[in-house]
Design a protein around this ligand. Structure first.
Ligand code: ADP
Ligand code: MG
Length: 259
């Protein structure tokens, strides 16, 4: 059973502490949603887990497959099966979606077996077609330059396609739902549900509750001020949609005052 284990993680940007002790475990096959107001450190958590150089881990640990994640370079984390879908995916002009994905698939295969000669082209084409069909994507998509001129919805779909093809063990999605119209949201959600069926563990970071109408999380966590201040099941997300975050804020403040 592959697990991502985060314990008492503290992270700073410059001299500003953003994460102030985050503890969380995600197992393969589980969907964890992290919700919370803007500016509370959700993206910071995602970027830190993937090794963005601006984010400094000042204390705490994270392990993936029993290894210290922070000892691994970003590409190593990715090859070993951790995936981060970006909130703002970058365009790579000149590199087609298909070429990009084939290179990534081959890197991952080589990590699992150093003698691997790469995926045969026909097998890759079939894999790509199968996943594009599942995500209801036009096949011409594969020949376009990655993210160049993609609409918001297409970028998000391309991220989910990457996950479906690469089959990571744990995937982190940072606001993959933002900027999607309802049809694109449904398709992306189906993609996430598909990942779960394939036993991928998903850390779903979202500002809005609406994606959780289509993806049923096993666990919901609320982040505030760089900490997880509340955890529960899917019902917590529904409660948040109805009542907002104020009641949690009050609870946290009362807790600090010791009452
Ligand atoms: P969220 O994803 O929950 O909206 P972020 O993790 O993006 O929050 O940001 C958390 C805090 O860190 C915010 O106060 C934000 O202003 C700050 N922050 C994020 N990135 C940087 C940066 N590169 N330099 C300085 N401060 C940053
Ligand atoms: Mg964010």
């Amino acid at each position: 059973m592959v697990e991502l284990n985060i314990t008492d993680l503290h992270v700073s940007i410059g001299d500003k502490e953003i994460l102030k002790g985050v503890t969380l475990s995600v197992e393969q096959g589980q969907v964890h949603a992290i919700m919370g107001p803007n500016g509370t450190g959700k993206s910071t958590l995602a970027y830190t887990l993937m090794g963005h150089p601006s984010y400094e881990v000042t204390s705490g640990t994270a392990t993936f497959k029993g290894q210290n994640l922070f000892d691994m370079a970003t590409d190593e984390r990715s090859r070993s099966g951790l995936f981060l879908a970006f909130q703002y995916p970058v365009a790579i002009p000149g590199v087609t979606v298909a070429n990009f994905l084939r290179t990534a698939v081959n890197a991952r295969r080589k990590a699992l077996n150093p003698a691997d000669k790469g995926i045969p082209i026909l097998e890759f084409r079939n894999l790509l077609k199968e996943k594009m069909n599942l995500l209801k994507m036009d096949h011409s998509f594969a020949g376009r330059y990655l993210n160049e001129g993609f609409s918001g919805g297409e970028k998000k779909r391309a991220e989910v396609l990457q996950m479906a093809v690469l089959q990571p063990e744990i995937a982190i999605l940072d606001e993959t739902d933002s900027g999607l119209d309802i049809d694109a949201l449904k398709i992306v959600s189906e993609g996430v549900n598909l990942l779960k069926e394939q036993n991928v563990g998903v850390l779903l970071i979202t500002h809005y509750q609406r994606m959780l109408n289509y993806v049923k999380p096993d666990f919901v966590h609320v982040m505030m001020g760089g900490r997880i201040v509340e955890s529960g099941g899917a019902e917590l997300a529904l409660h948040l949609e109805e009542h907002g975050y104020d009641w949690i804020r009050e609870k946290v403040e009362n807790g600090r005052n010791g009452s």
